[in-house]
Design a protein. Structure first.
Length: 258
């Protein structure tokens, strides 16, 4: 059984095209009737829109095998009085979902990703948190890769804000236990006996996605087709108990070795 990441794993961070072997890997799972869930930290597009985008790229899976943080947001964060930070698309999506944006006296500071956060935004977040707002991250990625550059991920920004304000934070998407439990619930619809110990998760975020998954007892496969150019950039510096079980260059190499 598999949990499969999207950005940097199934599709390229550079041009959003399918990575070598990714479409074929999903086709193989379908053919062999192996349970799986496509799990992404997408926050820029509405869930159905991003799913439709993946289908148009040639991926063949039903929407009931797809999960992103926006699908859990309403159960985790009240729509009332939110100071949200992220891309314009993310902010528009929140408004369309009925969230009330408030940058004066918010109840929640909600952080997603974009590549051009500036010092004034960080200063505003800090003031709001010190005034009593709670801190929530849409996910907890370590790095954000775009345009052949790597930026601090939401996880890194949450750690910065936590250190600056002593405010603890919650996470909606990967690698939160709540998110993975929802993905497991989706697997149980395909196999009622599914447990975390049965799951192998594939992702390019070894520090975020795979670390949290490993703590829940999942097997982990790290692919170097996304955030990291080689495993040597990150794996030697991880705690021994969080190192991935297997490392491959991309989905094609996994397909050739399973």
């Amino acid at each position: 059984m598999y949990f499969i990441d999207v950005q940097g794993t199934l599709i390229s961070d550079v041009d959003k095209t399918p990575i070598r072997g990714s479409v074929e890997f999903i086709d193989m799972l379908n053919e062999k009737k192996i349970p799986y869930a496509i799990i992404t930290n997408n926050t820029k597009k509405k869930s159905v829109e991003f799913y439709d985008f993946l289908i148009k790229l040639g991926f063949n899976f039903d929407f009931d095998k797809y999960l992103d943080p926006l699908m859990l947001l309403e159960s985790r964060v009240s729509k009332e009085s939110v100071a949200a930070y992220g891309s314009n698309e993310f902010l528009e999506t929140l408004v369309n979902m009925g969230y009330e944006l408030n940058y004066e006296t918010p109840k929640t500071v909600l952080v997603a990703i974009k590549e051009n956060f500036d010092s004034q935004e960080y200063a505003q977040m800090i003031e709001l948190l010190l005034s009593g707002a709670s801190l929530v991250g849409m996910h907890e990625t370590s790095l954000y890769a775009k345009n052949n550059k790597r930026y601090p991920g939401v996880g890194a920004i949450l750690k910065l804000l936590e250190f600056a304000t002593s405010t603890s934070y919650e996470v909606v998407g990967k690698p939160s236990e709540t998110f993975y439990k929802e993905a497991l619930r989706m697997l149980k619809k395909q196999n009622s006996n599914a447990n975390f110990s049965d799951v192998t998760i594939i992702s390019d975020d070894v520090k975020g996605d795979l670390g949290g998954a490993k703590e829940l007892g999942m097997k982990t496969i790290f692919v170097t087709s996304g955030k990291y150019k080689t495993s040597q950039e990150i794996v030697p510096f991880l705690d021994e108990n969080l190192k991935p079980d297997l490392i491959y260059s991309d989905m094609q190499e996994i397909l050739e070795n399973i």
